[in-house]
Design a protein around this ligand. Structure first.
Ligand SMILES: N[C@@H](CCC(=O)N[C@@H](CS)C(=O)NCC(=O)O)C(=O)O
Length: 240
């Protein structure tokens, strides 16, 4: 009997990918959390890049293998389970892998957005993100093989596991202001809404995820954090 432990950080979007895939595939697993600001020795010893997620795969004789990097973890879960989240067609599968990479590029752009030092940089990062989502809106609206709420149409896929954590950031950004990134993208709006309501996506994070993300964003030395502080200081009567 194999047992699985997902080594996590509460806010990590890459960890969420693995947690969603494990739930979609009905693979039982336990979670352990590390503080990335104060990494314990056991974690440093087994994580080659010092990053989460790790998937600890326990064998029948007490042996244990450490898998790192969300991409290989997702592919391994595809290999060992019957319920596939990748499409069967090789060309479609390759496209899905490419769009998962795109999801990682969007996460990097989101990092640049919430880390932007000043308002000028914040605006240019917002414009860059808007372009990335405009391309995605086109793919969803015009190139999906079947109509349905998910990236691939009717079937929930690994691309969905990659983008569900992306949209969680926008719940936080929209509490701070209006950045014109996801506006006027109706297909993305439906996708985002369906993902947010989906059980495996909801259960991929702890209950106070939103508060933790707000606190994380507010603690940075960034234009976005300054906006949050300014907003918090406004009298309640002037808040929308
Ligand atoms: N390419 C990696 C990215 C994982 C990653 O960046 N994890 C972040 C947390 S979301 C991390 O562990 N960073 C290490 C640190 O902050 O020291 C993957 O797909 O698993």
């Amino acid at each position: 009997m194999t047992d699985f432990t997902l080594v996590s950080f509460h806010l990590c979007p890459y960890v969420q990918r693995a947690a969603i895939a494990l739930a979609e595939k009905s693979v039982p697993f336990t979670r352990s959390y590390v503080d990335l600001a104060d990494k314990p020795d056991w974690f440093q010893n087994i994580s080659p890049l010092g990053k989460v997620p790790l998937l600890l795969v326990g064998g029948p004789h007490g042996d244990r293998t450490v898998l790192f990097e969300s991409g290989p973890i997702l592919e391994y879960l595809e290999d060992i389970t019957d319920k596939n989240l990748h499409p069967a067609d090789p060309l479609e599968r390759a496209k899905h892998r490419a769009w998962i990479e795109y999801g990682s590029a969007v996460l990097a752009a989101i990092w640049r957005f919430y880390s932007a030092a000043d308002e000028t940089r914040l605006a240019s990062e917002a414009a860059g993100l808007e372009k990335m989502f405009a391309r995605l809106e086109h793919v969803l609206a015009d190139e999906r093989p079947s109509s349905g709420p998910w990236f691939g149409g009717t079937a929930f896929s690994l691309v969905d596991t990659a983008f569900a954590p992306v949209f969680r950031y926008f719940d936080a950004f929209e509490r701070i202001g209006k950045f014109n990134i996801l506006e006027n993208k109706p297909t993305i709006a439906v996708w985002r809404r369906e993902l947010a309501a989906h059980a495996s996506v909801r259960n991929a994070v702890i209950d106070d995820f939103g508060d933790r993300l707000d606190a994380f964003l507010a603690a940075r030395d960034s234009a976005l954090a300054r906006r949050m502080i300014t907003y918090a200081e406004l009298p309640i009567s002037s808040k929308q």
